[in-house]
Design a protein around this ligand. Structure first.
Ligand code: SF4
Length: 442
């Protein structure tokens, strides 16, 4: 089995407590016994990977924990991390029939964590999924080691293929290891899951291996199929004076540093301003507040109703002290004599645009910019038949995740523009299924 490098000790991430502690067996059975095992259960329809939720919950209630894990993993090889990082309030838990009765919905995510974590602590994943097929001799290269590629590699391995996953970073897992809010899941848990998946068959991770366009073309020639799971690019910039320099961070970069870099410290004696209204903005604002930054302001250019971030995440961030500033546009980052951030100029916004003459100064020591990420699809544009749409997303067939190139499939954020881990996992599964059909291993 391949041992993957772990994130080092001494990172800020380690200071966070879990927002949802794991259930003990008695708690899990009590919660499982509340489920009424609905026919045509809405929770299943709300799960992007289609896990048979009432069945796994029933198995927990009868103390068949391995059976519950089998039910979960048969649809979702990353069912462990999904149990921790899925926005269940907007998916399965949000769809539970108990909501309509104004009663607390079944805590499906916590039950899923209990089943997978308990079973995988004593049993290899290979004993909890279908048997591996005979080796086919076919080799698949996967570019990017995020959840789409990890899921695809696992299913390909079970179909008897060799899967080689390349990632330019020293640590695997992509955003599942380096981008998840630490109070949901810590990076080394995602890396542990990658090892479980890799042990399903012939899966190898080549970390610290950047793939450029020339290398990609070579991999397409050398391998029987290629899966592109490269995610999104660098954080977008505000494009305002004073932005470039110490104290201003892209939000994804900032989260990655506090999760992976032991030398990184947050120094914000005069507070932090987070710019954006999506879930990345909510996560980093919440994380800064939990780390003890005294004044954390979330500046959003429209009103709360227009925010793409989940309402439950905003509520949780506000409980920990994050202040929401609606209809506010940051127009400048101000710096002191030594270049340190001292504040931002903020204008009142109408329709998302700054209104001239309305600016005021907000003192701050740190600015985090969470207004989206660029695209890295230039990597694939040289491959004949691979198309990129006007939004910079790789174009695939929705059912098979095939691109227009006969040997290239794609999935995850580079295709969907940035959705949840569970969407990437499902897209990796669909692609793997079709790759196996094409290679004759299905
Ligand atoms: Fe159980 Fe709720 Fe799903 Fe019904 S909707 S099966 S009660 S978890």
């Amino acid at each position: 089995m391949q041992n993957l490098p772990r994130l080092p000790d001494g990172r800020l991430e380690e200071r966070f407590e879990p927002a949802k502690p794991p259930y003990d067996p008695a708690e899990a059975i009590t919660e499982a016994n509340r489920c009424i095992y609905c026919v045509d259960a809405p929770c299943i329809r709300a799960c992007p990977t289609g896990i048979d939720i009432p069945t796994f919950i029933r198995k927990i209630s009868t103390e068949n924990v391995k059976g519950a894990a089998r039910t979960i993993l048969s649809e979702n090889l990353l069912g462990y991390s999904c149990s921790r990082v899925c926005p269940v309030e907007a998916l399965c838990v949000g769809a539970c029939v108990y909501n309509a009765w104004e009663r607390s919905p079944i805590q499906i995510g916590r039950l899923q964590r209990f089943a997978t974590e308990t079973a995988l602590a004593t049993t290899p994943m290979s004993a909890l999924v279908r048997p591996r097929k005979a080796a086919t001799g076919k080799r698949v290269a996967l570019i990017g080691a995020g959840p789409a590629s990890v899921a695809a590699a696992g299913w390909l391995a079970l179909d008897g293929h060799t899967a080689v996953v390349f990632d330019r970073k020293a640590f695997g897992g992509g955003l599942n290891a380096l981008g998840i809010a630490p109070y949901k899941m810590q990076g080394n848990d995602a890396i542990q899951e990658m090892e479980w998946v890799a042990a399903l068959g012939d899966v190898r991770f080549e970390l610290g291996q950047g793939v450029d366009a020339a290398r990609l073309a070579q991999l397409v020639d050398d391998f029987d199929a290629v899966f592109i799971g490269i995610g999104l690019g660098a954080d977008s910039a505000l494009g305002v004076p004073g932005e470039h320099g110490p104290g201003v961070y892209g939000a994804v970069d900032l989260v990655e540093r506090l999760k992976s870099d032991p030398s990184f410290a947050v120094d914000a004696p005069h507070g932090a301003v987070v710019v954006g209204g999506g879930n990345t903005a909510l996560d980093i604002a919440h994380e800064l507040a939990v780390l003890g930054v005294t004044e954390v302001t979330l500046a959003y250019r429209r009103g709360r109703a227009a925010m793409s971030g989940y309402a439950h995440e905003l509520d949780a961030a506000r409980k920990d002290g994050v202040r929401l500033l609606e209809d506010a546009v940051v127009t400048e980052v101000q710096r002191g004599a030594d270049g340190e951030v001292t504040g931002v100029r903020v204008a009142r916004a109408e329709g998302g645009r700054a209104v001239a003459g309305t600016e005021w100064t907000l003192a701050t020591s740190l600015v985090a910019v969470a207004i989206g990420q660029g695209r890295v699809t230039s990597l694939v544009e040289g491959l004949a038949g691979v198309q990129v749409d006007a939004k910079g997303r790789v174009v695939v067939d929705a059912a098979t995740h095939r691109t227009g190139h006969p040997k290239v499939w794609s999935g995850g954020d580079c295709v969907n523009g940035g959705k949840e881990v569970v969407n990437a996992v499902q897209e990796g599964k669909l692609a793997a299924r079709d790759i196996s059909r094409a290679l004759g291993g299905a």
